[in-house]
Design a protein around this ligand. Structure first.
Ligand code: FAD
Length: 522
């Protein structure tokens, strides 16, 4: 395996923006320079607002830089779920708003001549397991009720030629085992085919948008982490590099670093693993989502114009999986069963927040003038544009017909959330005797081993790197104090509750946590 990062971050143009300039005042400050922040920034600027995007790393280098970049008006089997849980009006609004945002992306690309490998393709949401066929049929019934352009199809060509034959063989065996009628078993797969969906290169797209934002009183700032917000008549955002003043604020940090509505208690961070692989098979011109076991397939082209398969799978709630290296191993084994692999070029993982009701969270929070966009349930690229449209309207005091169903105010603020996580742990530095205990533990630690120990009511994480440097940190998240788990593949400490991620040195690299972990050695 070659590169431990996504293909999108490998072959993009490396545009850079400066650090925050202290004291600047804008109309709208946007914290987070992923696709949500960049899209909202551009839409607001075009509407005449002066904006500042404040990004802690480089733009679109977190979740947007890790996505599989399928642009769809669907999110798995969402329409049946929406019809059942909310009824026709909400389901129609979801559909219409997704179509509006989907079309807006191609309009933005055309108007601004953004070269981002945008291509219209069919999307297959399918299963090869007949136990799931009913779910696919129910979804199809729902999308027909909603008048969505899609077909229900059987026995289409799967992304992998090899397994097309294997599944045929498997089905013959099932006929004998289950004594099910021959005609049922002849169907080897079932899919909903959305005919005109699309894919693109997310970093190229965002770079194209970002170039249109800076200038005439608008800014993009990189490597400038926001560490606090002080609300007032004029709001103040305190960053590591200086302060920004503004009227309105958009929190576009993927996991909200400021969350008056406690949305984090209605979301789960879902981790996924991806490979970029050269395979011998010809990969079809389409995108595929296998609903069980959940995997997605699409192709892209590498710099040398050779087709590269992107396969994603092994989803689990962050911090709840087994040893994370095992997930990569399983995904590789799975890919090998389906394809003849020439080489694995890229491997990477990332996470997105899944909301309990399946709808993203977009709108003004209970705190006036502070807006939020999160909860994209791993389908956030079209919804980022939807967020841009809705937030631009709300900030311009214009009514938006879709805003209500996505509003953060649909959640009740949960007062006890902090308490649930907070263990009453000891925040004091280690005394001489405790340091002696710690040193014994460190001596016994192998290279590249991590563990959690308890010393006098403290959870302490230990990690020894390959050069025998040791790192001794608080093992509870700085957000709400939840216990952290070790991610052996990425060498990070992850919060299973709300999705914060810290590198092995203790730096907070993904929200909702902002503060770094306490370091017991320095
Ligand atoms: C494996 C995977 C596959 C996916 N596939 C698809 C797909 O095929 N189609 C689809 O539609 N969606 C997909 N998604 C979902 C989609 O990629 C995300 O919903 C979307 O990219 C989220 O964008 P964002 O701007 O919210 O997040 P991000 O891109 O993470 O942007 C948030 C930004 O905020 C910055 N930030 C955080 N904290 C601070 C701070 N304190 N100060 C300043 N900046 C800060 C971060 O550095 C980051 O750049 C996938 C997601 C995953 C994980």
């Amino acid at each position: 395996m070659k590169k431990h990062y996504s293909i999108w971050l490998d072959n993009e143009e490396n545009i850079k923006f400066p650090n925050v300039k202290d004291g600047i005042k804008v109309d709208v400050a946007i914290i987070g320079g992923g696709i949500v922040g960049i899209t909202a920034g551009l839409m607001l600027k075009k509407k005449g607002f002066k904006v500042a995007i404040i990004e802690s790393k480089r733009i679109c280098s977190d979740v947007t830089g890790s996505t599989t970049a399928k642009l769809t008006i669907s999110s798995n089997l969402i329409y049946n779920q929406l019809l059942s849980n909310f009824g026709i009006e909400t389901a129609l609004k979801f559909k219409d708003s997704n179509i509006l945002a989907f079309n807006r992306i191609s309009k933005i690309i055309n108007e601004n001549k953004i070269d981002c490998d945008y291509k219209k393709l069919p999307l297959y949401i399918y299963s090869t397991d007949k136990n799931n066929f009913k779910d696919i049929e129910k979804e199809y019934d729902a999308i027909k009720k909603l008048n969505i352009d899609a077909d229900l199809i059987d026995d289409f060509q799967l992304p992998y030629e090899k397994s097309f034959k294997e599944i045929n063989e498997q089905n013959k065996t099932t006929i004998i085992k289950n004594n099910i009628s021959d005609s049922d078993n002849k169907i080897i797969n079932k899919a909903i085919r959305y005919n005109k969906q699309a894919q693109f290169h997310p970093k190229k797209y965002c770079n194209g948008l970002a170039k249109l934002i800076s200038g005439n009183g608008s800014y993009i700032f990189e490597k400038s982490k926001a560490i606090n917000i002080e609300e007032g008549k004029t709001n103040k955002i305190i960053t590591e590099k200086g302060n920004i003043f503004c009227d309105d604020i958009i929190i576009a940090t993927n996991s909200p670093i400021y969350d008056p509505n406690s949305t984090v208690s209605y979301m789960n961070p879902i981790k996924s693993y991806m490979l970029g692989v050269y395979v011998k098979e010809k990969i079809p011109e389409a995108m595929f989502v296998d609903i069980n076991p959940f995997h997605t397939y699409r192709k892209t082209q590498n710099n040398n114009n050779k087709d590269l398969l992107i396969i994603a799978g092994e989803h689990h709630i962050t911090g709840h999986g087994e040893d994370t290296n095992e997930h990569y191993k399983k995904l590789i084994e799975f890919t090998k069963k389906k394809f003849n692999i020439e080489s694995i070029e890229y491997f990477w993982s990332d996470q997105d927040n899944r909301t309990a009701d399946g709808l993203p969270v977009i709108g003004e929070t209970s705190q006036k003038g502070i807006y939020l966009a999160t909860g994209f349930s791993s389908w956030g690229l079209v919804k980022a544009t939807l967020a841009g449209i809705i937030l631009k309207d709300l900030i311009s005091n214009k009514e938006n017909e879709y805003a209500k169903i996505f509003s953060p105010n649909r959640f009740k603020k949960e007062k006890s959330i902090k308490k649930k996580c907070m263990s009453n742990f000891n925040k004091k530095d280690l005394n001489q005797e405790e340091l002696k205990l710690l040193n014994e533990e460190l001596l016994n630690l192998k290279k590249d081993e991590a563990k959690i120990i308890k010393i006098n009511n403290r959870r302490i994480s230990l990690y020894k790197d390959l050069k025998s440097n040791t790192f001794v940190l608080q093992a509870n998240c700085t957000h709400f104090g939840c216990p952290l788990s070790w991610n052996s593949a990425e060498k990070t400490w992850d919060c299973p509750q709300h999705g914060s991620i810290f590198d092995y040195k203790g730096n907070s690299i993904h929200g909702p946590a902002i503060k770094d972990l306490k370091d017991y050695l320095n």
